[in-house]
Design a protein around this ligand. Structure first.
Ligand SMILES: [Zn+2]
Length: 441
């Protein structure tokens, strides 16, 4: 019965928890070609672009009537021109929508989308939102029927927009053959309720596009919190639950692969879809089943958000560059890797106890381009993978005497350059409630 591609791993159960830890296996290895991309990230170009965008006074989604000197129209044209100057296929991604919610008049909402084709058409997104909003000048609240307030939006989210442009510039200039197609997007309508991202994501579902990951960057360039606490050495990555959601696998991947490329700059994983009570464009993708995360600075200054005070002075370009390097390293690694293994079957993930009834037996479909696989596991109470085994081009692994009840398992595909896919987790959704019928009711 033993299939040709099976590996039986002879590890004593008693040694499993102490041995085989990630450090004993060695962490992810640096690819000098990816390192060169990371080194090419520069704060200088981002500063030039952000100065140009903030000079337009506002980029409010409904501000088309302020063209050509101000507002959303010259902003999107500027971003479009830069993408094209990098040599990318770029276009406006426009939708006509009726008034709804915070969109108080019929409007045309246009994202700016640039594409770097890979060997396959599975997509990896890098994004920020280029639109802005500000409260009324008199210190009052938002007036969604007014869009001529000064709203420079340098940090919210000019920072994420120019970060996206810089990742696009660096990757477009490289001669690396990416397996995945890279898509760089400056979204519109975020401030009105993730409008541009939702329109794009719902059309992606209609068009059956495969989106493997969304790296969304929003409020990512400020180091000094409104409470005076300063942190230029960490950033936050927010991911939506449950514990083994696609979003969480992407978050774990980012922390794992940022570390060797941007040492001294710590990725803090936040097990929450966004900041408390707030949201971002990644949420639109998560809602539709895609893997999205949000990158944000660790210390926010709320008094500078959604006000005329959100100016260039509040952006630290060296910090923004380090956050751009984190994006560059992790996006490039994921795009160079094969796709994640398919572990599904009509009866759930392919994990069982084997012939003994007490082993962990995992199987998966071979992945084109993979030279090996990394099988990972952790205590079922744990947060991140703690153990790993690397195997060659097989499609099955037996872990003797390892309880499939007590541990969560996963597998990723590894390409010839050591680049790893996201982890496919062997988990089952909760069972739906099944009522028991009673007599006489
Ligand atoms: Zn924002």
């Amino acid at each position: 019965m033993r299939r040709s591609g099976t590996v039986l791993l002879a590890i004593l159960a008693s040694s499993l928890v102490s041995a085989g830890a990630l450090s004993a296996q060695g962490g992810p290895s640096v690819d000098p070609r990816v390192k060169a991309l990371v080194d090419a990230v520069s704060p200088d170009s981002m500063e030039v672009w952000l100065a140009a965008l903030t000079a337009l006074e506002t980029r409010h989604t409904l501000s088309a009537d302020l063209a050509p000197e101000r507002g959303v129209v010259p902003a999107r044209e500027y971003i479009l021109d830069r993408f094209r100057a990098f040599g990318l296929e770029a276009e406006l991604d426009c939708y006509r929508i009726p008034a709804q919610g915070r969109i108080t008049v019929e409007a045309e909402v246009c994202n700016v989308v640039a594409v770097l084709p890979g060997r396959t058409d599975r997509r990896i997104y890098v994004s920020g939102h280029f639109d802005t909003v500000a409260r009324r000048d008199d210190g009052g609240g938002f007036d969604w029927s007014r869009w001529d307030n000064p709203a420079p939006g340098a940090n919210d989210d000019g920072s994420g927009t120019v970060l996206t442009m810089e990742v696009a510039r660096v990757l477009a200039a490289s001669d690396l053959a990416f397996d995945a197609t890279l898509v760089f997007v400056a979204f519109a309508g975020e401030e009105e309720g993730l409008v541009g991202a939702t329109l794009h994501a719902q059309r992606a579902v209609e068009d059956s596009l495969r989106i493997d990951a969304v790296f969304n960057n929003d409020i990512i360039g400020n180091v000094e919190g409104g409470n005076g606490l300063v942190d230029g050495r960490t950033l936050r990555v927010f991911s939506e639950g449950p514990a083994d959601s696609p979003s969480r696998q992407l978050a774990r991947f980012i922390r794992r692969w940022a570390a060797p490329y941007v040492p001294g700059h710590e990725v803090r994983l936040i097990a929450r879809e966004d900041r408390f009570g707030r949201g971002g464009d990644h949420t639109a993708f998560n809602r539709l089943g895609f893997a999205g995360v949000r990158f944000s600075e660790s210390r926010e200054n709320y008094s500078r958000q959604h006000t005329p005070a959100d100016t260039l002075a509040g952006v630290d370009f060296r910090y923004l560059a380090r956050n751009t390097r984190v994006n560059t390293a992790t996006v490039a690694t994921l795009a160079l890797a094969p796709s994640a293994p398919d572990i599904s079957s009509p009866r759930g993930p392919r994990l069982d106890r084997g012939e003994s009834g007490y082993d962990a037996v995992l199987s998966w479909d071979p992945v084109p381009g993979a030279v090996g696989y990394r099988v990972v596991w952790r205590e079922a109470w744990g947060v991140d993978w703690t153990h790993e085994v690397r195997v060659g081009a097989v499609d099955r692994l037996v872990l003797p005497d390892l309880s499939i009840d007590d541990y969560i398992f996963g597998v990723s595909a590894v390409g010839p350059g050591g680049h790893e896919s996201l982890v496919s987790p062997y988990v089952r959704p909760p069972r739906p409630f099944q009522p028991i019928r009673e007599l006489g009711r």
